[in-house]
Design a protein around this ligand. Structure first.
Ligand SMILES: [Zn+2]
Length: 165
């Protein structure tokens, strides 16, 4: 066969040959020519180098278990996020890093409960009602405490060099 590099049309044959896209019989004929033509041999070599470079450049195919690992990770994150599920499952082992957020949440819930409790109590509650709820010994203790504070206060005042203090 004539050298394909001598015509532009046939040069395309060499490109196709380097890409291994030629029909087998044509590839055999071209191989036979390239083996004895230095110009075609060099051309094919360069083309194959380009194709190999492109092959190496192509990204690695996604591993078959990529989806499985992805969904496992999503599931794990989802499990970590469902603190309520963990809070209501105290028998399950709980990583230490989850303890703090749950404790904080529990504190928030307690605070919310206290606030809700207070909102149920009338703000202008009669003093008499509060006093009635105290037991006699509680009142006694409270009076004792007040007396102790008063004595302490007096002692502090007498110790002070400034009489106004
Ligand atoms: Zn040639």
């Amino acid at each position: 066969m004539n050298c394909p590099l001598e015509t532009r049309e046939n040069a395309a044959l060499l490109v196709s040959h380097a890409a291994r896209e030629l029909a087998p019989d044509m590839a055999v004929r071209l191989d036979r020519h390239v083996a004895q033509c230095a110009a075609c041999s060099q051309f094919i070599e360069r083309q194959q180098a380009v194709w190999e470079a492109l092959d190496r450049w192509r990204p690695e195919p996604i591993s078959p278990d990529f989806n499985r690992r992805l969904y496992a990770r999503i599931e794990e994150l989802d499990r970590q996020a469902s603190w309520w599920h963990r809070l209501t499952s105290p028998l399950r082992p709980m990583p230490a890093r989850h303890a703090m957020p749950i404790a904080a949440t529990a504190m928030l819930l307690l605070a919310a409960g206290v606030l809700m409790d207070r909102s149920r109590v009338p703000a202008a509650r009669p003093v008499q009602a509060q006093v009635e709820m105290l037991q006699p010994e509680q009142v006694e203790h409270a009076l004792d405490d007040m007396e102790t504070i008063r004595q302490f206060d007096r002692a502090m005042r007498s110790d002070s060099p400034d009489p106004k203090m």
